[in-house]
Design a protein around this ligand. Structure first.
Ligand code: DQA
Length: 146
């Protein structure tokens, strides 16, 4: 089984972007952390990052019937994108929503998520560990189904 780790806008800047909020680790470290755990769990992982809403939609659509689930940090699109929500619904892909920062401790506009109610789980404020937790949630769910 393969799980996609999908990152949205500005997450390519992880490590240099507001380190007081998002920490010092870059996306490469996130990938390493997740790959290490994936190997232990015996699941395959793919990584994709895009700053473009339509490209994220394209990727989710393309994963229909392919990926077993998606760990997604949609960045600011979390709070704005009905299109990305609809893509997940159309693709029938289980997702875990991840945020590095605790969005509930931040601005009002980050309180709304267009993904949370269709997600298996939402992990927010655990730093980059959130990605690993997300992978674990989806892998556990897969194991329970097989
Ligand atoms: C974020 C939180 C979002 O509100 C923000 O727009 C991001 C990153 C996080 O990981 O904490 O880009 O998703």
């Amino acid at each position: 089984a393969r799980i996609l780790v999908l990152n949205g806008p500005n997450l390519n800047l992880l490590g240099t972007r507001q380190p007081e909020v998002y920490g010092a680790a870059g996306l490469a470290e996130v990938e390493q952390l997740v790959r290490t755990r994936a190997a232990e769990l015996g699941v395959e992982v793919d990584f994709h990052q895009s700053n473009h809403e339509g490209e994220l939609v394209d990727r989710v659509q393309a994963e229909r019937g392919r990926a077993a689930g998606v760990v997604v940090n949609a960045g600011a699109y979390t709070h704005t994108s009905i299109a990305l929500r609809d893509a997940f619904l159309a693709a029938e892909l289980p997702l875990v929503e991840v945020h590095i920062s605790n969005v509930h401790a931040r601005e009002e506009f980050r309180q709304r998520s267009y993904l949370a109610d269709i997600a298996v789980a939402v992990i927010t404020g655990a730093g980059i560990l959130g990605y690993r937790f997300g992978l674990e949630v989806l892998a556990e769910r897969l194991a329970a189904q097989s």
